[in-house]
Write a protein that binds this ligand. Structure first.
Ligand SMILES: Cc1cc2nc3c(=O)[nH]c(=O)nc-3n(C[C@H](O)[C@H](O)[C@H](O)COP(=O)(O)O)c2cc1C
Length: 192
């Protein structure tokens, strides 16, 4: 069955390390006939900075953010995808703000019933992939943790490709071993 893969690319650098990793990953996924869409979260038009915690989404029957901007459409695509790939440079031991602005709006893809102690989400059963790079060799484990915890909480499978010592934007192009790993990961999640 053809896998639908939505890639959220969270770097402001159009031809940097994140963009290169995304290209390699999608090359692998397309080799396995996946239907791949890439969204650059740095280029989206936002009405708010991240989730406003208005909680209006919790009053709706559907899984939809009430903030009517381009993120809303991306969230709809997340609910439809089989695999969601989040790609980011390491920024101060965390994800880029450009990715986090979409990540937090995922709140609208959950419905909590605090009295019953239940949570429902269309994300359950999907696969979450984190692809990240850093200049140094420390910090990617800290970045990975919230993504892995979110996947576990949500009932998603989790995969990651973490690239320490990636250098400054663009340097990763000189790392053929990483290219092979990214292509292999693309193939794996497209096939799996
Ligand atoms: C604002 C900012 C913060 C960064 N923080 C870190 C960091 O905490 N640790 C690190 O190793 N690299 C850090 N870097 C380097 C990038 O994570 C690294 O060069 C990455 O591969 C760049 O990816 P890109 O080309 O897609 O932007 C930072 C870069 C920027 C611009």
């Amino acid at each position: 069955m053809t896998k639908k893969i939505l890639v959220l690319s969270g770097s402001p650098k159009k031809d940097g390390n994140t963009a290169t990793l995304v290209n390699w990953f999608t090359e692998g996924a397309r080799l396995k006939n996946a239907q791949v869409e890439v969204v650059n979260t740095a280029s989206l038009k936002y009405k708010t900075i991240g989730c406003t915690s208005c909680r209006s989404c919790q009053e709706l029957k559907k899984y939809e953010c009430v903030i009517d901007d381009e993120v809303k459409g991306v969230l709809g695509k997340m609910a439809e995808a089989d695999v969601i790939v989040m790609c980011t440079p390491l920024y101060f031991f965390s994800a880029s703000a450009q990715l986090k602005s979409v990540f937090d709006r995922m709140f609208s893809l959950y419905k909590w019933d605090n009295e019953a102690g239940t949570m429902e989400t269309p994300l359950k059963g999907k696969t979450l992939v984190l692809i990240a790079s850093a200049f140094e060799d420390a910090g990617l484990d800290a970045l990975e943790r919230p993504f892995a915890l979110t996947a576990d909480y949500t009932g998603m499978k989790f995969e990651s490709l973490l690239v320490p010592n990636a250098g400054v934007s663009g340097d990763i192009k000189n790392k053929p071993d990483i290219r092979l790993k990214a292509i292999a990961l693309g193939k794996k999640v497209a096939a799996g």
